[in-house]
Design a protein around this ligand. Structure first.
Ligand code: PHE
Ligand code: FE
Length: 295
């Protein structure tokens, strides 16, 4: 149940407050515990790194008005992280008070099982190291800027926060059922690259877009070759995605509640069915689908 993890996460927060060691070095897994958690050695960040963070933040924040969803912008502003690399424990406490989620510091990508287990227990893994200046515009793996700036704000939204926990539980289940490739596509097209329909027009909620200098503008631009289509769960689970270019498809939701409700049914029969169906290329537009941005 959503509330039963609260004491555990509260204990975790208390333990973090007393630690000051840990790894801030890129890819240093030697300090990690069995769940790949490290403590953020905040004092080890250099002034150059704080300056790079401020530049990344300022560039990104300037792109958000009229493009990012309101929930994201409001939470981001409250997180107050424009001045330098944030202390994760501080935001973690505010997040815990809002939705019962905590941030756990990790040295980089972690194995699927641990990742899902963290999400299933309302813990969001945030990478401790920051990219280099050469990676300002593009980085192949998640760093603290992507993880913190991109992902943490929406975890303040109660419905989205519940969706993320369910996703983690669904991931553990998909590992048993052989549905990991399919479920990963849903994460990609919602948590990382999702768009939401609002009375003011399409807005971004996906972290992969919101932490990217170029895609924030690209994904909402009319006339590109990319698709903007209503999220249909089964269709999304079949759709391949691009990892080294802007997306060729964006799936649009009407609300976080729709996302939560639409993913609530048991996926077991869907995984079964999809085993006998072809995957769809990333630029697919089915005859029944409507492009939601004018071309
Ligand atoms: N309902 C999914 C299942 O039964 C789990 C899930 C929930 C997956 C939310 C993704 C998001 O497997
Ligand atoms: Fe991400």
């Amino acid at each position: 149940m959503e509330t039963s993890v609260a004491p555990t996460n509260a204990e975790f927060l208390a333990s973090v407050a007393t630690k000051s060691d840990g790894a801030a070095l890129r890819g240093d897994y030697t300090q990690a515990d069995a769940q790949y958690v490290v403590t953020q050695n905040w004092a080890a960040y250099t002034e150059e790194e704080h300056e790079l963070w401020r530049k990344l933040y300022a560039r990104q924040a300037a792109l958000l008005p009229g493009r990012a969803c309101d929930e994201f912008v409001e939470a981001l502003n409250k997180m107050d992280a424009s001045g330098g690399i944030p202390i994760l424990a501080t935001t973690s406490e505010a997040l815990f008070a809002a939705t019962g989620w905590v941030i756990v510091a990790v040295p980089g990508l972690i194995p699927e099982h641990s990742f899902f287990d963290h999400l299933a227990n309302r813990r969001f893994p945030v990478t401790v190291w920051l990219r280099t200046p050469e990676e300002f515009d593009y980085i192949v793996e998640p760093d603290i800027f992507h993880d913190f700036f991109g992902h943490v704000p929406l975890l303040f939204n109660p419905v989205f926060a519940d969706y993320m926990q369910r996703y983690g539980q669904g991931g553990l289940k998909a590992m048993r059922l052989g549905g990991l490739d399919e479920l990963a596509r849903l994460y990609w097209y919602t948590v990382e690259f999702g768009l939401i329909n609002t009375p003011q027009g399409l807005r971004i909620y996906g972290a992969g877009i919101l932490s990217s200098g170029g895609e924030v503008e690209y994904c909402l631009k009319p006339g590109t070759a990319s698709r903007h289509i209503r999220l249909d769960i089964e269709r999304c689970l079949r759709t391949l995605y691009k990892i080294d270019s802007y997306q060729e498809s964006y799936f649009v939701i009407d609300s976080y509640q729709q996302l939560f409700d639409g993913t609530a049914p048991d996926f077991t029969p869907i995984y079964e069915k999809l085993k006998h169906m072809d995957v769809l290329p990333a630029n697919t537009l089915l005859a029944t689908e409507i492009e939601l941005l004018p071309h």
